[in-house]
Design a binder for this molecule. Structure first.
Ligand code: HEM
Length: 383
């Protein structure tokens, strides 16, 4: 058996980001016909001025997604308010027993084998089961959700043809329209029922808006968290001393999760469109040009994070922008944080001698906007 060489996250171009922050922090990228913003301060400026930098896809020819992620005020706030109460840290904390039970069940399945692929067996199923429960769709359908999601985000190197994408989008619609119809006649205590009963400016949400909300919650809710969990295992592999420290001190796990989010952001950037001609740094941005906030570079800005390339679970403050910033700040951040804290603490309690399988390749997710791995096979022993 020969060893397949692998260095965790060697594919993140840290040196290039450093150079851009120094020499061309607001950079025009001709291929994208838009701007990329590399420094923390500029990134914060863009994200905290939604009246200048829109989230709506207002470029000619681009479809407008009626989900809150792609909406400006005032409608964004009204729609976000429908679900925001469900996602407060206090409400999310109440999911602790469910999350714990799912984590235990997933580990029960793999512990007798002494091996698992972290991504397939653990990182993907956990968030999908939890978000499916919140939305009110059966977790058994998780395989279908995953194929839709891969195809919708074209992440994970999905090889889907345009025809498959269209047919996936159609089956997603048919599935959720059916579930929504069931809820209309028999409301339950779930997010779908909440969306159905909500009124904005005296009107119910349209079918298109309802579908878009479900799609956003389903996709935003698990692809990202799955990558966070996967990235945590990659960090454990890279920093064994951190694993030992966390085993002794589970109370340090929230700090470790923040540092994983900072260094290996599962969402690497956020897109905006300039609403008027304006200056950013010393660059003239024109109305309707796109501006990509490179969160992944901002998170390594030495002006904000001393020794940014050092992985430090005790970093305080750690104001990374992996969950965005401002009015679109990730609604699911409390959920992602709680899932990661519970899952990783239980993993470290129940298994030890975690070793990456040196004979299997580790492939990064092929997307400039996602930091993650497509598979991460490990062996371990039960504690
Ligand atoms: C928005 C990242 C998990 C639901 C965002 C944004 C980022 C982000 C960067 C803002 C994008 C922008 O400003 O353009 C992440 C990361 C996650 C994660 C890194 C996990 C590690 C979740 C979860 C959910 C969720 C678990 C819940 C179901 C949302 C929603 C929005 C959002 C609904 C739109 C908020 C708005 O536009 O007001 N997320 N997310 N996310 N996220 Fe997350």
């Amino acid at each position: 058996m020969s060893e397949i060489p692998y260095k965790a996250f060697a594919h993140i171009p840290l040196a290039m980001f450093r150079q851009m922050r120094q020499n061309d922090p607001v950079h025009f990228e001709p291929r994208m016909r838009g701007w990329a913003v590399f420094r923390y301060a500029d990134a914060m400026y863009v994200l905290s001025h939604p009246q200048l930098f829109s989230s709506e896809a207002i470029l000619p020819g681009q479809p407008h997604l009626p989900s809150i992620l792609g909406m400006d005020e005032p409608r964004h706030r009204k729609l976000r308010n429908i679900v925001s109460q469900v996602f407060t840290p206090r409400m999310i904390e109440q999911l602790t027993p469910q999350i714990t039970a799912v984590v235990q069940q997933l580990l029960d399945k793999v512990i007798p084998r002494g091996r698992m692929d972290v991504i397939q067996d653990f990182a993907y199923p956990l968030p999908i089961i939890i978000i499916a429960g919140l939305l009110g769709v059966p977790a058994e359908d998780q395989a279908i959700f995953r194929s839709w999601s891969d195809s919708l985000t074209a992440a994970n190197g999905s090889n889907d043809t345009p025809e498959t994408r269209v047919s996936n989008a159609q089956s997603f619609q048919a599935y959720f329209l059916q579930k929504l119809a069931e809820r209309r006649s028999q409301p339950q205590q779930d997010l779908m029922s909440r969306l159905l009963s909500a009124e904005v400016d005296g009107e119910k949400l349209s079918d298109e808006e309802l579908l878009e909300f479900c799609r956003l919650l389903l996709i935003a809710g698990y692809e990202t968290t799955a990558n966070l969990l996967g990235n945590a295992f990659v960090c454990f592999d890279q920093y064994p001393e951190v694993v030992e420290e966390l085993r002794q001190h589970p109370e340090f796990m929230p700090g470790a999760v923040e540092e994983i989010l900072r260094c290996f952001p599962s969402v690497a950037g956020d897109n905006r469109v300039a609403l008027e001609d304006l200056m950013l740094g010393d660059k003239q941005i024109q109305k309707h040009q796109t501006v990509s906030v490179m969160a992944i570079s901002a998170n390594y800005d030495e002006e904000q994070f001393p020794e940014p390339e050092r992985f430090d679970i005790h970093r305080d403050p750690n104001r990374h922008i992996t969950f965005g910033y401002g009015i679109h700040f990730c609604l699911g951040a409390p959920l992602a944080r709680l899932e990661a804290k519970i899952a990783l603490n239980i993993v470290l309690q129940r298994i030890q001698n975690i070793q990456r399988d040196p004979t299997r390749p580790v492939e990064p997710v092929q997307s400039p906007f996602i930091v993650g791995v497509r598979s991460f096979p490990i062996t371990f022993t039960a504690t």
